[in-house]
Design a binder for this molecule. Sequence first.
Ligand code: VGL
Ligand code: ZN
Length: 197
Amino acid sequence: MHALIVIDVQNDFCPGGALAVAEGDAIVAGINTLMAEADCVVLTQDWHPAGHSSFASTHAGKQPFDTTEMPYGTQVLWPDHCIQGSIGARFHMQLEKDRAQMIVRKGFRADVDSYSAFFENDKTTATGLHGYLQERGITKLTLVGLATDFCVAYSALDGARLGYDVTVETALCRAIDLNGSLAAANAQMREAGVTLA
Ligand code: VGL
Ligand code: ZN
């Protein structure tokens, strides 16, 4: 069985949003088409409390896109984004979210960020998605969404590590591309056996 995992297609990652990804909205129509054909559709939703530790505004003297050291490693600091209940946290208006069978929210713990759909950035706290997919008999994943070099890549790498056959549909993803992060993510995904389609 095969699942389509749609990563963070939310207003704040689209043009006009707080952490806008260039052309983030250009992938919505194509994702709707894929969702209509998929057996299992999962959406992820970045879902931070105000004052989240991944926000630059939470750290005195820090600017967006600086980094800081967290107990679990280096963390990029972002503009405030995807705050629980905000319009920026909603899915893009044209995304056919009614097709979702499961919605995974992530990043809701104040002190740890969560890029991956499977594990938070401490690499140990699980979101529960693996259990869900296992119970549904899913072995193959297709990943699409935002952003290629952060949440999509982290999800793909964790998925491959958990033993799924993972394809990233790159035409239906867009990247932040911070200091070469896209090239690095693509190399890591290839090395991990992820198919970049
Ligand atoms: C993401 C940075 C911060 C993403 C989420 O969806 O790729 N990136 N939060
Ligand atoms: Zn976030």
